[in-house]
Design a protein. Structure first.
Lengths: 168, 96
């Protein structure tokens, strides 16, 4: 759990570092987009790998973990090998598939769920959803509504997790 | 990670993990599958718990064990199952 959190926090810092590097002119926009795709892939691998161990949901943690690891590996391969435009299109499709599968396989939160694990899983889902929207539609004005809706859902799920945690 | 490898190196412990794949089982239910003494089984459970591969929960008088494998550990177990068990069988036949 501690390891997962360290990896995840380090990965969260990379997009910020990449943005700073672009602003300073050390890297171009293409490299930045590739780096962000790679970070999302690496995050999927980290969260997916530890999901069965963190046991956020009552069941299907293992299946979801494998799905995330495979999707993350595909992201990494795409953003390393494929042309950027193709990588973004394919990443959008994989992202949509992961979000849909996660929604279908969603289970009630586990009794005594670890709050940090829950926060990590939700943060990853938020970043993945944002990336998918950007890959599919660019940066339209309605993304603000998406952010608001996601944070509302996040707050509700986190509160539910806290309730489950206290029950233990 | 060395704890994980140590835990997976033993066929009995790998068999315990395989049994737990179908769902949580009590210590007694698990022990029924093996022809070893209770203290030996407890030692195996302790090694698996120490490596973080299983979690235990006390339910009434019995202790219930549940699988707690990361995807990487799961893959390692499958790998060990595919090659480790076959290797052991080969060794057994060679010694006969």
């Amino acid at each position: 759990m501690k390891k997962a959190l360290i990896f995840f926090s380090a990965l969260l810092a990379i997009p910020v570092a990449v943005d700073v590097a672009r602003r300073l002119g050390w890297i171009d926009g293409f490299a930045e987009k590739r780096a962000i795709g790679l970070v999302i892939g690496a995050m999927a691998i980290v969260v997916g790998n530890y999901l069965p161990k963190m046991r956020v949901f009552q069941a299907r943690n293992r299946v979801l973990g494998w799905i995330l690891v495979i999707a993350g590996s595909a992201y990494v391969a795409l953003f390393v090998i494929a042309p950027l435009a193709l990588a973004r299109q394919a990443a959008a499709m994989i992202g949509v598939a992961v979000i849909v599968i996660t929604a279908i396989a969603w289970q009630p939160l586990r009794r005594g769920v670890n709050q940090t694990a829950l926060a990590m899983a939700l943060t990853f889902l938020y970043l993945l959803s944002t990336a998918v929207i950007v890959y599919l539609f660019g940066t339209p004005h309605w993304t603000e509504w998406f952010h608001a809706a996601f944070f509302a859902a996040y707050a509700v799920l986190y509160a539910l997790g806290e309730k489950q945690c206290l029950r233990n | 990670m060395s704890l994980v490898f140590k835990a997976l190196s033993d066929p009995t412990r790998r068999h315990v993990l395989e049994l737990l794949r179908s769902g949580p089982l009590s210590a007694g239910e698990l022990a029924d599958h093996f022809d070893v003494s209770k203290p030996t089984m407890s030692a195996h459970f302790a090694v698996l718990r120490e490596a973080g591969l299983i979690a235990s929960e006390k339910q009434g008088k019995s202790v219930v064990y549940e699988l707690q494998l990361s995807v990487l550990e799961d893959a390692l177990l499958s790998f060990a199952k595919a090659f480790g068990w076959k290797l052991q069988e080969t060794k057994r036949t060679a010694f006969r």
